[in-house]
Design a binder for this molecule. Structure first.
Ligand code: ADP
Length: 153
């Protein structure tokens, strides 16, 4: 035990641990998916955020629970309204890469006040950069780590 405090050890652990080692499976839908089908998908998949992708799994947008709730108050036909109309859209999506630290990811969740981040791989497309969705990092991932680290004490 080389004089390190427990705090220092924990800090090293969460800055060394990478998002790719703890990420979850993302739930993705297309832009043409209706608000109604998005609600059903959230229940079936038990997630709070859906990622909207185009062919190749390339990120286009994000829809949260409250985005869907807000839409249901708008009085539009949720069977016909596509997610493309209501989603938060690129380039305004906060993301992380597999080799980012879980500390950075948790920091982004807090500073941007969001529940989850798509984990992406950068693809150099013909018209600039694209982002392939390969995972999801959410507050649940952070809570799981918190509990695991607590068990070790
Ligand atoms: P909720 O809206 O259910 O509380 P969030 O706090 O995650 O869930 O979402 C808040 C807002 O931020 C929503 O409008 C949502 O579309 C948007 N949002 C969610 N995740 C992201 C993200 N990774 N990047 C950018 N915007 C996001």
């Amino acid at each position: 035990y080389n004089g390190k405090t427990a705090d220092r050890i924990l800090a090293e652990k969460i800055t060394r641990l990478q998002v790719g080692e703890v990420k979850s499976v993302p739930t993705v839908v297309s832009e043409s998916c209706s608000v109604y089908d998005a609600v059903v998908t959230m229940f079936i998949e038990d997630v709070g955020t859906l990622y909207i992708v185009r062919e190749g799994g390339l990120l286009e947008g994000v829809v949260s629970r409250k985005d869907l709730l807000k839409t249901t108050l708008g009085g539009q036909d949720i069977h016909k309204l596509p997610l493309g109309v209501i989603m938060t859209r690129m380039p305004n999506i906060h993301m992380v890469q597999e080799n980012d630290s879980v500390w950075l990811a948790a920091h982004k969740l807090l500073t941007h006040e969001i529940d989850s981040l798509p984990v992406v791989r950068t693809i150099q497309g013909s018209r600039g950069k694209d982002y392939e969705v390969i995972g999801r990092f959410s507050k649940t991932n952070v809570t799981r780590l918190f509990v695991e680290f607590g068990e070790g004490s």
